[in-house]
Design a binder for this molecule. Structure first.
Ligand code: ADP
Ligand code: MG
Length: 682
């Protein structure tokens, strides 16, 4: 009897050494093999007749036949080892060619029956041939002939055919496979039983479009199980947290309202008002807030966070604001001190603080004297302790890993949590990754914002661009020039930046030009930024450090070099640095490649639309950056393609929790996680 839990070594065709190989690849039981899906299929029921190959030039097809000659030679021109064989079927013969695989002469012999999968092409001499095709011999029983054959990724040195047999041996465990999804949930999800779905995925009866596009009932079953497991686990965790009540009581009175009105230098937009209300309701609730605030660049998230902070502080608790760069911390610090005008004790925590400053800060936070602290990663140090951290705000949250955020949250007793991002995440994706967060969106820009003219230009037009820049500077503009040096990458090669800086200095001899990058000391960065803000620098030549958050209203031109090297969302962030003041603003993308993609970007103003396009073009992993793609490692499901399944999974998970309560939901989540072992949040 073979059960799902049966170790692989008890399966037919698996000896000690193959068992070891399989285990090295994480395949230890029959169930593991059931979940080890083919990455593609070959329809070997309908081989192409060799005589018809001319209709399939450059198109991979299957042909089947017998080898009528085989020999090795060395190409006279390139001294390359070539193995050639001629394959014949009832209709004709075709030459097969492999390069630099001399060992094939031991494996493919005259008289062998072969199935070959590859794209025919015309040789230099005008003959049809298939180069380096996949091939397989039919020996003995010719089992695979006339079937749809699953193709699995390689496991060590186990030959493909043997691997297929081993996986097939695991099917004997299917009758004993327990379905981790109860009947009623299967109904809500509109899916069938697991065992038949798994079998279908290994041995499909038909390769129709639904199947090939992973939309077949079998695929949906597996995808929905993955998504449902993920959503249920998120929801259960959230529910467990919600059980924890906040010990603090937050109230809002007229004095606070008046104070908020007093610090506001402008009228809030409708969207800002709505979001402030959502947040303040959360603050007053007895359960901890866990909210994601999305808003396009320049939509005014900071002031919203500040209002929340003020309320928490007036209720006697502390607030921490975490930001990804020192420049941004400095900017927040300055703007907040201006607005609050000494009515709150404000401090900053950065890596460049002296040890004396640090001690003062630590003491101030511990005894509650410091009410609001703005900081970089330095805030996460162990020495930082709060008397009573009531609200933790993470700005530009996508710059931080999950565990960094957790470290901040752990500094309080169920603090309210607000994470902010200017990378607008499409709703489907937000649900997938942050299924356990509440979502607030500022979908409106403050009035009076300039439309930014975006243009794509070739590098041959640089001189014209320079003349334009010269004119703009003469009329008082300031310029950003950005080189595609991603600060987060480990090898920070500053050469292109330095060369660019020199070239600009030569081109604009009478202008003030400065450079900004992550290798500079924090004090230097800070000083440079201050000079730029003060208008003492005309052109700031920079890496992507300025991508996040910087606000200099007088800067009106963003010139981006080799713009094709950036993702669209990143370009949008950069573009958002201009158009903040009264001057007409421009974003100029210089690139000699990928004009279509950049043109598309130039036409799109709305950050959400940019994000959707970026997501379609680059896929979720790239889009979110490596830090977050861990959250998206589903075996079969793809959160972009299958987003409506994700929503169904989410609704079902919420329903289960509501109906059956946390305890049963948690039991089910555990069972599903055990059954699947695939989903991991980073
Ligand atoms: P982001 O959402 O990108 O973090 P900020 O909070 O930095 O945006 O705000 C961008 C700029 O818009 C700031 O200079 C801020 O003072 C200003 N601002 C924010 N809200 C409003 C508003 N309702 N009316 C006018 N200006 C605003
Ligand atoms: Mg911001």
């Amino acid at each position: 009897m073979i059960a799902p839990s049966t170790p692989v070594r008890f399966l037919q065709g698996v000896g000690a050494s193959r068992a070891k190989t399989l285990e090295e690849y994480g395949l230890t039981t029959a169930a593991d093999l059931l979940w080890f899906f083919p990455f593609r299929y070959e329809d070997r029921r309908h081989p192409t007749h060799i005589a018809d190959l001319g209709h399939h030039i450059e198109e991979a097809v299957l042909v089947r036949g017998r080898i009528i000659s085989a020999n090795s030679k060395v190409s006279p021109v390139k001294r390359m080892k070539i193995f050639e064989a001629v394959l014949e079927d009832d209709s004709g013969a075709v030459k097969l060619v492999w390069f630099n695989q001399p060992f094939l002469s031991d494996q493919i012999k005259r008289g062998d029956r072969l199935a070959v999968f590859g794209a025919p092409k015309l040789s230099n001499y005008g003959n049809l041939q298939i180069e380096s095709p996949d091939w397989e011999k039919f020996e003995g029983d010719e089992e695979d002939e006339g079937a749809i054959v699953p193709i699995y990724s390689r496991i060590g040195n186990i030959p493909p055919k043997a691997l297929r047999r081993i996986v097939a041996a695991s099917f004997h465990s299917l009758p004993a496979l327990e379905d981790p999804l109860p009947e009623d949930i299967r109904e809500t999800l509109h899916v069938g039983p697991l065992a038949s779905a798994l079998e279908q995925l290994h041995r499909p009866r038909e390769l129709d479009d639904d199947f090939l596009w992973r939309r077949s009932p079998a695929h949906r079953r597996v995808i929905l199980q993955e998504f449902f497991t993920f959503q249920l686990a998120l929801r259960v965790r959230r529910a467990r947290e919600e059980v924890k009540k906040k010990t603090r009581k937050i109230g809002v009175d007229d004095a606070m309202r008046a104070e908020v009105r007093k610090i506001l230098p402008f009228k809030l937009t409708r969207a800002q008002k709505r979001v402030v209300k959502e947040i303040v309701d959360d603050l007053q609730s007895d359960r901890p807030m866990y909210r994601l605030l999305q808003g396009d660049v320049g939509s005014g998230k900071t002031i919203v966070a500040l209002i929340a902070a003020l309320i928490v502080i007036r209720n006697g608790h502390q607030v921490a604001l975490l930001a990804p760069t020192e420049i941004l911390v400095e900017q927040h610090f300055q703007r907040i001190s201006q607005l609050l005008d000494h009515s709150v004790v404000l401090a900053k925590a950065t890596g460049s603080a002296t040890s004396g400053e640090r001690r003062t800060l630590h003491a101030g936070l511990r005894d509650g004297f410091v009410q609001l602290v703005v900081g970089t990663h330095a805030l996460l140090e162990e020495k930082i302790e709060f008397k009573s951290l009531g609200l933790a705000v993470v700005d530009e949250q996508h710059r931080f890993g999950v565990e960094q955020r957790q470290r901040l949250f752990a500094k309080g007793e169920t603090p309210d949590i607000l994470v902010m991002t200017a990378t607008p995440i499409p709703r489907s994706l937000a649900l997938a990754i942050y299924g356990d967060l509440e979502l607030s969106v500022i979908d409106e820009l403050p009035p009076g914002r300039q439309a930014i003219k975006t243009a794509v230009r070739a590098s041959t037009q640089l001189e014209r661009i320079s003349r334009f820049i010269e004119e703009e500077i003469a009329s008082g503009a300031q310029i950003y020039v950005v080189y595609p040096i991603i600060e987060e990458s480990e090898k920070l090669n500053l050469k292109p930046l330095k060369q660019g800086f020199e070239a600009i200095r030569v081109r604009f001899p009478n202008r003030q030009i400065a450079m900004l990058h992550g290798r500079m000391s924090p004090a230097d960065k800070e000083a440079t930024m201050q000079r730029f803000k003060a208008g003492e620098i005309d052109i700031l030549v920079s890496t992507t450090v300025i991508e996040v958050g910087i606000d200099v209203p007088n800067a009106s031109i963003m010139l981006i070099m080799d713009a094709d090297r950036f993702g669209l969302s990143q370009l949008h962030q950069l573009r958002g640095r201009v158009g903040r003041g009264a001057k007409k603003s421009y974003c100029i993308l210089v690139s000699d490649k990928e004009k279509d993609r950049l043109d598309l970007f130039a036409e799109t103003r709305d950050g959400f639309e940019v994000a959707e396009r970026d997501l379609q073009l680059r896929g979720p992993g790239e889009f979110l950056g490596t830090r977050q793609s861990g959250a998206l490692r589903f075996r079969m499901g793809n959160i972009v393609r299958d987003h409506e399944l994700m929503e169904r999974a989410r609704d079902t998970a919420i329903g289960v929790l509501g109906r059956d309560g946390v305890t049963r939901a948690e039991e089910l989540a555990r069972r599903l996680l055990g059954a699947e072992m695939t989903v991991a949040r980073d």
